[in-house]
Design a protein around this ligand. Sequence first.
Ligand code: ATP
Ligand code: MG
Length: 139
Amino acid sequence: MAVERTLSIIKPDAVEKNHIGAVLALIEAAGLEIKAMRMVHLSRPQAEGFYAVHRERPFFGELVEFMTRGPVVISCLEGEGAIAKYRGVMGATDPAKAEDGTIRKLYGSNIGENACHGSDAPETAAFEVGYFFPGYELG
Ligand code: ATP
Ligand code: MG
């Protein structure tokens, strides 16, 4: 399997509850390497641009409101099959359906406030990593 990069966001709900360290520990325990990391309070245009693929979904307004209500921790993760591996560490979108031990099961509240984001495919990972990290920060 190829070495991949994927974008992780620890969402405002998990940051508010002091779970940054716990989430990063699960990421590292899974063998994913943190290549770059920033803590940012996203502006509305930044969040809308990041989630542009969801513009037509009924929850778009709610999602942008949530993602801009407080700081998030954004990181670029790297490893063998990192995209699928991190999706596994996160668990299902709805925390109630997520497997035991996953970030969303442990720290998510509901389908909207679900603690973390991870890219879902190589194309979206490339867009999302580039959206937050210029090439010179990643090496
Ligand atoms: P993410 O893209 O954040 O990793 P995901 O790929 O599991 O999550 P998507 O379908 O891409 O899920 O939805 C993006 C985000 O939009 C979800 O993580 C969640 O925060 C929010 N969301 C998804 N479905 C709903 C919904 N039915 N109601 C409210 N918010 C939702
Ligand atoms: Mg998604």
